[in-house]
Design a protein around this ligand. Sequence first.
Ligand code: NAD
Length: 364
Amino acid sequence: MKIAILPGDGIGTEIMAQALRVLNALELKFETEQALVGGAAYEAHGHPLPEATLKLAKDADAVLFGAVGDWKYDKLERALRPEQAILGLRKNLGLFANFRPAICYEQLTHASSLKPELVSGLDILLVRELTGDIYFGQPRGRRESPDGAFKGAEEAFDTMRYSRPEIERIAHVAFKAAQKRNKRVTSVDKANVLETFQFWRDVVTEVHAQYPDVELQHMYVDNAAMQLVKAPKSFDVIVTGNMFGDILSDEAAMLTGSIGMLPSASLNEAGRGLYEPSHGSAPDIAGKDLANPLATILSMAMMLRFSLNQPEAAGRVEAAVQQVLASGLRTADIWSAGTQRVGTRAMGDAVLAAITTKTITTKG
Ligand code: NAD
């Protein structure tokens, strides 16, 4: 089995280095191959997703991705910006289902911006549709406004659209995930205003008929944004479209204290996937040994579990992270009085030490 390693830009290279040290310590029989992506690939090859990188990702059994982007590329034409590499990988690998668990570790309840009692024990799974919606809908562009009060003025437009099969397959993913959890799905939409999301609601309701053991609730996105900060523990699985999922998953991330803790998986219909931390390339702290590598290490654990059929190794990694947090080590983003502040590499050292300690309890 082969893993494509795409570290990317900014803190991407720092956090990936730690994840690879942990992966190597597991002594599994995987081949790994690295390639440039994002700004680094643009600098070297003039494109954020060069052919060779895409081929490697397509041929691999799983892709472990760091992060891409830097504000210095903001003036490039859109197709050449680093973030386009992520969209290209999602589209080319057919990665339509994004899993973002938002788990609040007991040791980090104080790091949340909400009261500890609201987030203690929090365990939400956000399932975001990743290849449709207004992010990919055509037509889009700029033009002279053809009608309305501002006829003749310059305007920009995008197209929101979802087809029945796209909604059906993401709904199945969410219901199946809920069956392995607390059997509750909240489908988030804006059916009161948008035709696309009235259709979404209708199709999700139809698919639900095949999952009588799962409870389905529909919620408007504005209410969902509110409930996430008011009563986050009321959710089990949230399923939603690409744009609402983009926004709500970051909101859910902050409930847990730091985006630096949150892994994610994007899977296609064959179960192959791309695994990456939920955060970006954090240019503000890049190269300073400040980044939290745990989201990437936990993404690597998700990869072992979902795409590489190594649940026991995944459990070892997750247990090691828990052990390190319990020992009081914290990177700056999750630090609080009474805990010990460490840098990126030292956090990697600690997870590595916990992995190689014989006393680790596995929960494969
Ligand atoms: P960001 O997630 O990079 O950073 C947001 C804030 O969180 C910053 O203060 C950063 O220092 C902090 N942060 C992020 N990851 C951290 C970690 N592991 N440890 C500690 N602190 C961490 O988002 P942004 O600042 O909006 O974007 C920066 C760049 O990243 C942009 O170019 C953006 O387009 C890109 N981006 C890439 C991805 C991706 O690669 N999947 C996702 C989001 C943003």
